[in-house]
Design a protein around this ligand. Structure first.
Ligand SMILES: [Mg+2]
Length: 182
């Protein structure tokens, strides 16, 4: 299975002022172990993240890479692997076909990993994650961390159903693997 994972609010704490340095990347408890349980179960994992922080000119790609080095190091220390990180730098006012809710990054990832939509899932905390997953034809898991509880309360268009709801990434990973994270 290919497991696509949103970043902010799922792997690390969502910040309304955006993550602009490794120091501002506050990894959620249990998230690295959850990725590790997916890796151990033989699933490919990829991050699918809108990073308008780049398109807005707040940080450059080199800084984004340093932020992701910290994320990868935490996952690696837990015994897991994020196989690829897809980013879309577009600011919202110049959104291309890769910026969620558009499905471009998900389609790219499925092509890279040669995964069919039926063998792919997307885990996210925002409506745009669910919409992108629905547009790509992949299974949708909402976690209640980050914006997740507000997303659940606000609801989504019927076309986005069905959506599976889990407390956090660890619970979503357990649902996908049938195992608790070590
Ligand atoms: Mg998010």
């Amino acid at each position: 299975m290919l497991v696509l994972i949103d970043r902010d609010g799922v792997l690390n704490r969502d910040r309304s002022d955006l993550v602009k340095s490794p120091e501002e990347l506050d990894i959620l408890p249990g998230a690295p172990e959850a990725v590790a349980s997916l890796t151990r179960a033989g699933h490919a994992t990829a991050v699918i993240t809108n990073q308008s922080v780049v398109g807005r000119g707040l940080i450059d790609l080199a800084m984004l890479e340093r932020i992701h080095d910290k994320l990868q190091a935490a996952v690696s220390a837990a015994g897991g692997r994020l196989d690829k990180i897809y980013i879309c730098a577009d600011p919202p006012w110049a959104a291309g076909p890769r910026r969620k809710p558009a499905p471009g990054m998900l389609i790219e990832a499925m092509a890279h990993f040669r995964a069919a939509p039926a063998d792919t899932v997307m885990i996210g905390d925002a409506k745009r994650d669910l919409e992108a997953a629905a547009a790509a034809g992949v299974r949708r898991l909402l976690v209640l961390t980050g914006k997740g509880a507000a997303t659940r309360d606000a609801g989504w268009p019927a076309a986005v159903d069905p959506v599976e709801i889990h407390a956090d990434l660890a619970a979503a990973a357990r649902a996908l693997t049938g195992k608790a994270a070590a």
